[in-house]
Structures are given as C-alpha cells and as structure tokens.
Design a binder for this molecule. Sequence first.
Ligand code: ATP
Ligand code: LTN
Length: 335
Amino acid sequence: MEAERGRKTLYSAAQPSGNLTIGNYVGAIRNWVRLQEGNDCFYAIANMHSITVRQEPAELRRRTLEAAALYIACGVDPEKCTLYVQSQVPQHAELTWVLNSLTYVGEMSRMTQFKDKSQKHADNINMGLMDYPVLMAADILLYQVDGVPVGLDQKQHVEIARDIAIRFNNRYGETFRVPEPLILKTGAKIMSLQEPTKKMSKSDENLNASIFFADDKDTIIRKFKRAVTDSGNDIRYSEEKAGVSNLLTIYSVFRDCTVEEAEKEFAGKGYGEFKLAVGETVADKLAPVQAEQKKLLADKAYLAGVLASGAERAFKAARKTLSKVYRKIGFYQGE
Ligand code: ATP
Ligand code: LTN
C-alpha cells in the first residue's frame, strides 16, 4: 500500500469454518494488521460463506467467536478497524441477490475454488457453493473499497468482483468503486507440509499437513519434523525445492527476517536441525497469541460488544451503497 497516497478503504474476511492455520495468518491476517494503520479497514468473519459446505450449528457459532478472538489476539484492533460478523449485516445477502442477475452461470462454473470444492463435496454441490464469489463481490462492493488484502488463492474471486462492478457501472452508471487485490510478495501461498505443491488448507483431511493456531508446541514441532522436503541437503529457496522453500518462507515470516537471511543462517546445516528451528520459532510465536485468544474468549461480553459496534458501523456504510444500488436499478424505496 502506498501510504503516502492517503487513507484507503480496505475490506477482507475469513471463514470461521475450521481452525485457522498459519497459512491464513501469513497470507492474509498479518497483512490486515499492518494495513489497519492509516487506512479505513473492514474485516469480517464470513459465516455466510461457511454454510456453503455443511456445518454443525453449535460449532459454527463457537468458531465465529473463536475467529473474532483470534483476529484480535493476532493484532487486529477493533479500535482501529471495523470488525464484524457478516450475517449481522443484512445488506450482504440483499446485494448478492441484485448482483446474481448480472453474473453468468458459465463464469461461476469456471471458478477454480468451485471446481475444487465440487470435487471434494460431490454429494453437496449446492447453489451457495456456486454463488460464493457473488456473495464475496457483494461483501467488497458494499463498502466502496480501494483494496482487498487476501492470499493468492482468492485473487480470482477479487477479479470477478471487479468484473461485476465494472459491468454494473456500465449498465446503470457509476455506482461501485472497482477494487484491487492486495497480495503480499512473500507468503501469499503457504503450502501443505505433506504435499508442498498444494496449498495449506484448514480443511485438509491430513492433520499433519497444516499448522493450526490451536496446536500446542509438541504438535507443532512434530508436524515440522515430519514435513516433506526432498532427498537433497542444501537449505536453499528454489522452485525445485518446494518443501524447503515453503519452510524458509514460514521461518522468515515468523522470525521477521528475509528469506536470504534465513538461507545464510542455515547454510551448511542439516534438514533435521532446520526443521526443529522452524518448529520452535513458530511455536514460540503462537504461544502468546493462543494465551491472548483464551483470555478474550473468557470475556464474552467484551467480544459481543466489539462485534455489535462493528456490525453497526458496517450496517451504516452498507446501507448507503445498497440504497444507491436500489435507486439505480429501479427498486421502489418509498417517497
Ligand atoms: P480452506 O482452506 O478451508 O479452503 P481458507 O483457509 O482458504 O479455507 P479462509 O479462512 O476464508 O479460507 O481464508 C482466509 C484468508 O487466508 C484468505 O485471504 C486466503 O487467501 C488466505 N489463505 C488461506 N490459506 C492460505 C495459504 N495456505 N497461504 C496463504 N494464504 C492463505
Ligand atoms: N472467500 C474468502 C473469504 C471472504 C473474503 C470476502 C475475502 C469472504 N468475503 C471478501 C476478501 C473479501 C476466503 O478467503 N475463503
């Protein structure tokens, strides 16, 4: 972000559909924390997106609060940004309905995530799963934002949001600001520890593939020790060394150094020592975040207050855009 160009409005969200992984943190949440300084940020817990795959209701409710507590524990500051739960702002669903009529079935069925999730949940290819990017476009466009900080896997969805905004503006006149995806140079796609050519995902069936925020130190170290690397022995970032490169990226983010500095630190050392150092560094960084999350979860009244005032602020901003949209498309809004 070019801070010198003044304050921007930004939007992002993550689903409460499982335990958050260090992939979510490295690719997105750490950037949310950085960008809340000097910008007007809206950050949401996208529970409406979550129900596109089956959820257990009590678990979804619990995870929604856990996600809120975790963002705050990671440094998202509700005094500096608007933090809220998506389903508490009805305009998201309302704008989705309007945008649905400007979106083609063909373009939705070509989305990578839709194809992946349809394969994974072959018994539940529901309309919501296909409509997911339109709901995401509504999220973003309601707040007239300049940028959307996300991991690389969500770039395609931000691009479709841009296309829909441009389409609407062309048909009905200037209404939406057209947003840019904001993707970090380092860490935009953290890979699975078991299959380093695949994205680390919170819904991976192999629990050894992902590091969760809820993992304890022993588990974290064990998972890193088992991480798939290669048969070589040099700790170097390169395309042919997906596993080692992924570990170097994770280490550099959690150590707050560059990948080159990390390579230098481990020059001549073995994979075993390297993996242990990565595990210890990550575990030591997560421990205080876990403790803070636990503390926040013990104070439900505080969390409820934060989310209520976030929803109220979001509602006001969203209402303004939706009213403009309704006017443009000819929806009766009274005299
Ligand atoms: P799933 O893995 O179950 O499909 P998800 O983790 O991709 O879910 P979200 O929780 O909604 O879905 O993602 C929140 C943010 O984290 C998004 O900006 C996404 O791009 C980012 N993100 C998710 N996984 C990674 C990853 N492995 N590396 C970098 N960023 C990621
Ligand atoms: N689909 C996103 C989460 C999400 C989002 C958004 C991200 C929902 N609405 C709006 C950015 C902007 C994901 O990461 N799975």
